[in-house]
Write a protein that binds this ligand. Structure first.
Ligand SMILES: C[S@@+](CC[C@H](N)C(=O)[O-])C[C@H]1O[C@@H](n2cnc3c(N)ncnc32)[C@H](O)[C@@H]1O
Length: 343
């Protein structure tokens, strides 16, 4: 039933290649990541997991329908891979900051998306078992043998064994997670004592150091509307700036927070930031309709026509090089105390 990779979605092969946790796989033998004491949230997925919803010409996940409001089609996957390249540029190619040693046994990447981070981890740590989970079975078929993917909702109770993983990682999930304290608690429970968790999250509200982004600017207004939509979805877009406290509240120790600026546009003088700013501008322009459609139309009730008119303004603002705006990105990691046990 399980294999190391998820083939192209929508094909017969996907059913075979994507691991769908079924009752008979929850017998909790020592080798499995899956525990025996938990009702699977992924049981009986076969029908819905391969299905998609289509809205305004974009494709969305069907399993746990509506949970994640951005598309999962090829165009959006390309954008996710572009964001990965941008972050690698920003941080000098490191996949994580947590001190996980040279040979962690088991790594979990939640909300893995195209699986690009998980695949890079699998290549870097070849003796490590890397599992990526997501609502969408959109991961590539050909991946390193130590990497596999599971369709799962990370906000449901986890079926993995307690005290199991050496490292749990998530990135760009601020637009998805409704209950961060629960997610961190579950991460804590399923980490081995001494294991690490790390979340890498962008605070989407743009800032500027030189007064070129006034309060009434189009960019700020764009994100005020986005925030209004996410508040209705019970998603706190400001969570990234609060993550380190939430780590400590969940019981983690030795919590570190690294904050980077992601510029929008090529205005920075620093060559690395100039390149990152170019990536970010491309990402934002390319993704503008994807990230706006559902929040503005499905959640806030705008017409697609009104949205298009507004996005024309927003595109102009994104391209305005006189505005020196940036986002903060938070890399937060912490350790489960050696004396702590999960469960
Ligand atoms: C912005 S993408 C980030 C992908 C990946 N972490 C990366 O950095 O390349 C967010 C991903 O989280 C997934 N996601 C959202 N809510 C989720 C949930 N409750 N459980 C599992 N995955 C979820 C989405 O399907 C999407 O693939």
């Amino acid at each position: 039933m399980a294999s190391s990779a998820a083939p192209a979605p929508g094909t017969e092969e996907t059913m075979v290649g994507t691991m769908i946790i079924a009752d008979d796989e929850q017998d909790g033998d020592g080798d499995s990541a899956i525990g025996s004491d938990n009702e699977s949230n992924t049981t009986s997925l076969a029908s819905s997991v391969l299905d998609y919803n289509f809205e305004n010409g974009r494709r969305y996940h069907k399993f746990r329908e509506g949970r994640y409001v951005f598309p999962n089609d090829d165009r959006e996957q390309d954008r996710e891979d572009l964001k990965h390249a941008m972050i690698m540029e920003l941080v000098g190619g490191v996949l994580h900051f947590a001190p996980i040693g040279d040979s962690p046994q088991r790594v979990l990447d939640i909300g893995t998306g195209t699986g690009i981070w998980a695949i890079d981890m699998g290549e870097q740590y070849q003796s490590t078992e890397v599992i990526g989970t997501d609502l969408s079975p959109i991961q590539p078929k050909w991946v390193p043998p130590n990497v596999r993917f599971i369709v799962d909702d990370c906000e449901s109770d986890w079926v993995y064994q307690p005290n199991h993983f050496d490292f749990i990682h998530g990135r760009h999930l601020a637009v998805a997670i409704r209950d961060w304290p629960k997610l961190l608690k579950q991460s804590f429970k399923h980490l081995k004592p001494g294991g690490h968790a790390e979340f890498q999250e962008i605070l989407v509200f743009p800032e500027s150091d030189d007064g070129t982004l006034p309060q009434q600017s189009t960019l700020r207004q764009y994100f005020r509307y986005v925030n209004e939509a996410f508040e209705k979805l019970s998603i706190d877009l400001r969570a990234p700036s609060n993550l380190s406290k939430m780590f400590r509240d969940a019981g983690f120790e030795d919590v570190h927070e690294k904050v980077y600026k992601i510029p929008l546009g090529t205005w920075p003088k620093n060559p690395v930031l100039k390149k990152v700013g170019l990536f970010q501008r491309t990402n934002f322009l390319e993704g503008l309709s994807a990230i706006s459609l559902a929040p503005y139309t499905r959640v806030l009730g705008w017409s697609t026509e009104a949205l298009e008119v507004w996005l024309t303004e927003v595109r102009k603002a994104i391209l305005d090089e006189k505005t020196h705006s940036f986002d903060y990105m938070f890399f937060v990691y912490g350790r489960k105390p050696v004396e702590a046990a999960g469960g």
